[in-house]
Design a protein around this ligand. Sequence first.
Ligand code: ATP
Length: 266
Amino acid sequence: MSGEGPSRAANSAPSGGRAAATAASVGGPLLEIAGLDAGYGEMQVLRGVSLVVRPAEIVAMVGGNGAGKTTLLRAISRLISSRGNIAFDGRPLPATADDVFAAGLVQVPEGRQLFDRMSVEENLRMGAYRRRDASAIAQDLERMYGIFPRLADRRRQIAGSMSGGEQQMCAMARAMMARPRLMMVDEMSLGLAPVIVDLLLETMTRIRAEGVTVLLVEQDVHAALSVADRGYVMETGEIVREGTARGLESDPEVQRAYLGDVTGGD
Ligand code: ATP
């Protein structure tokens, strides 16, 4: 793996707490990644990945199977080691997965990873496990049932017995219960019917309206760009395109490679 040495974030304290104005509150990026390398053992997957996510944006990270998208999320969540710089709200990202979660970066993993034998509501409460504000947690539960009405009808249902789409809603609502600042969603649409994907995409805009910034990692390029403000295209561990979602959708190369346009024209 290449790189210039240990990540600066690895040596930083999880929270500084000095400045009243945060980088994001004065117009700076919420997440800023520069020159990120990561992989598994000897195998390097990410090569010099740089990206920016601004407050209240929905940013899509798209690319084919095995491009390295999940690896990127694992590196951001500090589940695997990496080299390069990751700043969150103007400060070095904390070095451990626990501290990253506590800082407000919450991942909705591919495959949902719910507590299958627990009810929907128990799953949602697990999302708030670090919080001690019981009355606010109760309010947030109701708020989640407002955003995801299907979950309200199923709050006592065992999560593992629900449909894939309902389980995805449950995983997103559970993440929201942590009151994230940045929610990173991995392959939300995988294996779901288009009508359910549309419903989930609509929910994304409601989540953003709640003040949560979203990084959406997707193989379904069309779905991701339909809801995103901006996007990045990843191929074999590198960012090969970036731009506004509309710009990427109309890019002939992106159309040819990902949007099923065999002519590549417009
Ligand atoms: P997908 O949508 O299929 O998950 P992706 O873009 O998320 O694709 P990654 O899962 O990040 O891609 O995989 C990137 C590369 O890293 C692939 O070559 C994959 O085989 C490899 N890889 C992923 N996880 C591991 C692991 N735990 N150990 C070793 N190699 C891995």
